[in-house]
Design a protein around this ligand. Structure first.
Ligand code: 3PG
Length: 402
């Protein structure tokens, strides 16, 4: 695929898809971490310094979730990091956004509104169909190039990720370039035993990855943490109690409990589930065996489980980890996530960790023994497990002479 080196951007309008989807405090709505914003700052600064009119598109969270916010504070954070004013419009492709783009000058940077405020953005379809969406049809005529730097969202076939490359000369940004190089080189040489640590709340991605890796025989052990673990415990017949079942039901994840049951039966020796967990009572951490759980929210792995998981991680030659082990941002419930990250960091095996939250936790801990911290969670783990990434495929096919 093409990179920024192949583009003559001076005075040109460059539409750049970045992934600055960041942890946001559900109560205050404030950004908790700027790891992804920092990463993309390099691509953005390079384009602006070369005299491009840089128009940024990004998403934050998913409709219906508490951290589904506008991108105003992301623009402020980016301005501070770049030490340069970054414009922001609360519009994606309406007349306000289009007029603002038309009035830009070389070197200017503008961030458009959260693209997922627009309903067509969350439909996953093939690139030619996405090229026909309102957003792509209205913004494409204003741009000379499309740059995709959003590696972390490259497993989604959504309009802002795959639609523009159909009609505009396109290239990969620096984050995309670096991630693809690191990950393709990692998967070309996987030493065994190979362990996947799958956690967080994006159960859909984790189950798909697990199925692929186990069916292909490329994973020796899967350590389940976070919500993924609760689903596997429930699927395996453990009473995780009403509160935690409701949490899963409210997210429409019941179909994954059935899938988990099937996977557990087929791969019972490879899929590891927690033997103890930490629940939250009056803001305090209490640990219980999984067979004696009270009806309280599960917020973390228990100590016995992290000790066992750390042993498996220490003996692994390759470790891929995605998603935190619990509600690590809440005081008293970061132990599981930190113990797992410490085990990965001190393991002699080659390791890749990913996901906005896990990468943020690793960065905050200042760990140095991890081989590659990927900005992508679902994207990196999907690539590792052999899935095709639609946004990368379309970049490969993109023609600079369109
Ligand atoms: C991520 O954080 O994994 C990416 O930003 C993609 O977000 P999504 O899972 O909501 O599509």
């Amino acid at each position: 695929f093409n990179t920024i080196d192949d583009l003559e951007v001076e005075g040109k309008t460059v539409l750049v898809r970045v992934d600055i989807n960041s942890p946001v405090d559900p109560l205050t709505g404030l950004l908790l971490d700027d790891t992804r914003i920092r990463l993309h700052a390099e691509t953005i600064a390079e384009l602006a310094n070369k005299g491009a009119k840089t128009v940024l598109m990004a998403h934050q969270s998913r409709p219906g979730k508490k951290d589904f916010t506008t991108l105003q504070q992301h623009a402020e954070a980016l301005s501070n990091l770049l030490n340069k004013s970054v414009g922001y419009v609360d519009d994606i492709f309406g007349s306000n956004a289009r007029e603002t783009i038309k009035n830009m000058e070389g070197g200017d940077i503008l961030l458009l509104e959260n693209v997922r405020f627009y309903s067509e953005e969350i439909l996953q379809r093939e690139p030619p169909q996405q090229a026909e969406t309102h957003m792509v049809k209205l913004l494409s005529p204003l741009a000379d190039y499309f740059v995709n730097d959003a590696f972390a969202a490259a497993h989604r076939s959504q309009p802002s990720l795959v639609g523009f490359a159909v009609n505009l000369p396109s290239a990969a940004g620096r984050v995309m370039e670096r991630e693809l190089k690191a990950l393709y080189s990692a998967v070309s040489n996987v030493e065994r035993p190979c362990v996947y640590v799958l956690g967080g709340v994006k159960v859909d991605d984790s189950i798909m990855v697990m199925e692929n890796a186990l069916e292909a025989g490329s994973a020796d052990y899967i350590l389940t943490t976070g919500l993924v673990a609760n689903i596997f415990l429930w699927g395996g017949g453990v009473n995780i109690q009403k509160h935690n079942r409701k949490f899963i039901e409210d997210r429409d994840y019941c179909e994954y409990v059935k899938k988990a049951r099937k996977l557990c039966k087929k791969f019972r020796d490879q899929i590891l589930v927690p033997t103890d967990l930490a629940v939250c009572k009056d803001d305090k951490r209490l640990e219980y065996s999984v067979n004696k759980l009270p009806n309280l929210p599960i917020f973390d792995l228990g100590t016995e489980t992290t000790t066992e998981y750390a042993r498996v991680i220490r003996n692994a030659r390759t470790i891929f980890a995605n998603g935190p082990a619990g509600v690590f941002e809440k005081e008293g419930f970061n132990q599981g996530t930190e113990d797992i990250l410490n085990a990965i960091s001190s393991s002699p095996g080659f390791s890749i960790i990913g996901g906005g939250h896990l990468a943020a936790a690793a960065n905050q801990m200042g760990l140095s023994g991890i081989s590659h911290i990927s900005s992508g969670g679902g994207a990196s783990i999907s690539l590792i497990a052999g899935e095709r990434l639609p946004a990368v495929e379309v970049l490969r096919e993109a023609d600079l002479n369109i």
